[in-house]
Write a protein that binds this ligand. Structure first.
Ligand code: GAP
Length: 513
């Protein structure tokens, strides 16, 4: 099945099984805004818990905060967002559709990549087991030509973006003969800048309302609380402040479902270090964060770092963690060495001294910062994409199963009486009433057992237990594993420890040691 079709199936599965709904659905939705349903909210909460506990529980020198969405407007001037948090936009005059110029060009780069991969796939088919991919890449004139075109475009594009040269971006679009996907024409306007921050007003207009912004990142809430936390928490450098919260960006091109949203959630951690040690810490945080991703068991081959070649003026290193989505490797997390830019800017704009007195060296300095910043929704999407699986079973039957990591699954255990009589529902309720204090359980007595298993497979429930007539006398149940579909007879008294071991967040966190 084409990856595009797989992605469409994942999107409809998310809606059908209560994971993600379009916002304001009965009013036909609101662009790039989504709601999480009864299963989605559980998965999302589990992702957040996994992140939060890995930061705040496992690191003695990291504490959390929860800052407000609304902040003093000068903060966004100091951070550079008012002047520079822009996307380059271009319109097609025929379709009247608006696009991000950078996205049009990145899509073109991706098209070269697709062509290269197609050439390789064709050659592999032709040469079968004699195929030597690296030799083919190094010698095939067609592949070399495509690589040269891709790299030349990439370099030209990077330079134009770094200089924010809008004329050059338009020229690239014209030279590459990029057409509007709707009208099919190259009738483009000039490229212009568009600030991504949402504005609103605070106070009544009569007594002079002032413009404030919905925060486009949670990080600034951490920077402006640096002094509060450092002093009240008696924090010693190096230390970190973690935060999970909503962020808002007026994204023009709403694409790929919850990958790019206008209202989304971030999990950010700013780690304050002594100047001169930041690159060491940057490397260390890259490794820590990659281990966090890989502990989910999706396979190391599905992740890669994308180190930024050209850096923002305030950064001295930056790298993205990319995950293989059905639409290619995409950024899920950014790790940035932000120097002392943010704290210095806030010191300048607020007039406050924002420094750290180092008792060991007896000196004061403005700390440098390593930031790890991950989108909850992108993480959610990557997990759904990797877990969704259509299987043909022995006997030709098929099933859709969400192979979610057990610790993140919305429901850990489904409790099912075989029939709705003979005291089996009562026994099932009794078991559930005990286990529900330890993990998320769902009671299900409708339809055949086969149908009930399918329903639980589709929402990723790792375990089901069936209570049958024998249970009443032997106090055992049938425990069924989602992935292997194998069943075993288990004593009710052993259920809790058996399941808890496999589904608890603790077991996942222990992999991070
Ligand atoms: N404080 C740094 C910062 O905000 P970013 O690369 O702009 O950096 C960090 O964003 C992460 O937030 C991204 O890696 C992505 O996971 C998530 N993110 C950013 N924009 C998003 C959007 N429009 N929709 C969903 N997630 C987004």
């Amino acid at each position: 099945m084409a990856q595009e079709d797989v992605f469409k199936k994942i999107v409809s599965h998310c809606k059908e099984y209560g994971f993600v709904f379009p916002s304001s659905d009965i009013y036909d939705g609101l662009g790039a805004v989504y709601d999480y349903g009864q299963n989605g909210v559980e998965l999302k909460n589990n992702i957040k818990q996994y992140w939060w506990q890995s930061m705040v529980l496992l690191h003695e020198n990291i504490v959390g905060i929860d800052s407000a969405v609304f902040m003093h407007p000068t903060i966004w001037k100091a951070s550079g967002h008012v002047d520079a948090f822009n996307d380059p936009l271009i319109d097609n005059r025929d379709s009247k559709k608006r696009y991000r110029a950078d996205v049009l060009i990145e899509d073109q780069i991706a098209r070269y990549e697709e062509k290269i991969e197609k050439e390789i796939a064709k050659a592999r088919k032709r040469f079968k087991e004699n195929f030597d991919e690296s030799q083919y890449r190094a010698t095939s004139p067609r592949v070399l030509d495509l690589v040269q075109k891709r790299d030349a475009l990439h370099n030209r594009y990077s330079e134009a973006m770094n200089a924010m040269n809008l004329e050059e971006l338009k020229q690239i679009i014209l030279d590459e003969e990029i057409v509007c996907p709707i009208s099919g024409t190259r009738n483009w306007t000039d490229v212009r800048q568009f600030n991504l921050m949402f504005k609103t007003e605070v106070g009544s207009t009569a007594d002079g309302a002032s413009t404030i912004y919905l925060r486009p990142e949670t990080a600034q809430g951490i920077f402006v609380n640096y002094l509060n936390v450092q002093k009240t928490g008696r924090m010693k450098i190096p230390f970190g402040i973690a935060q999970i919260g909503k962020a808002f960006r007026n994204e023009i091109v709403a694409r790929q479902f919850i990958f790019r949203m206008r209202e989304f959630e971030q999990m950010e951690m700013q780690f304050f270090v002594k100047p001169g040690t930041e690159l060491q810490w940057f490397e260390q945080w890259k490794q820590i964060r990659m281990a966090w991703h890989q502990a989910l068991g999706f396979g190391a081959e599905n992740y890669r770092f994308h180190d930024h070649e050209k850096l923002a003026h305030y950064a001295n290193a930056a790298s993205d963690v990319e995950f293989r989505m059905p639409f290619g490797f995409k950024e899920v997390e950014g790790i940035h060495s932000r120097t002392d830019f943010d704290l210095s800017q806030h010191a300048k704009y607020s007039g406050r001294k924002i420094e750290y007195f180092d008792p060991e060296s007896n000196e004061s300095y403005t700390p440098y910062v390593i930031e790890t910043s991950i989108g909850v929704d992108r993480m959610f999407l990557s997990i759904m994409c990797h877990s969704y699986c259509e299987e043909t079973l022995e006997g030709g039957e098929s099933r859709v199963v969400l192979r979610l990591p057990a610790a993140l699954a919305p429901t850990k255990l489904a409790v099912m009486p075989l029939v709705r009589k003979d005291g089996l529902p009562e026994k099932a309720r009794e078991i559930m009433d005990e286990l529900k204090f330890h993990f998320n359980c769902k009671y299900d007595e409708k339809d055949s057992i086969g149908k009930r298993y399918r329903r639980q497979d589709a929402v990723g429930t790792p375990y089901c237990i069936t209570i049958d007539h024998d249970t009443l006398s032997d106090n055992c149940v049938t425990l069924r594993d989602r992935d292997t579909m194998q069943q075993q007879r288990v004593a009710i008294a052993d259920l809790r420890s058996l399941i808890e071991n496999k589904v608890s967040l603790t077991s996942l966190l222990k992999k991070l040691k």
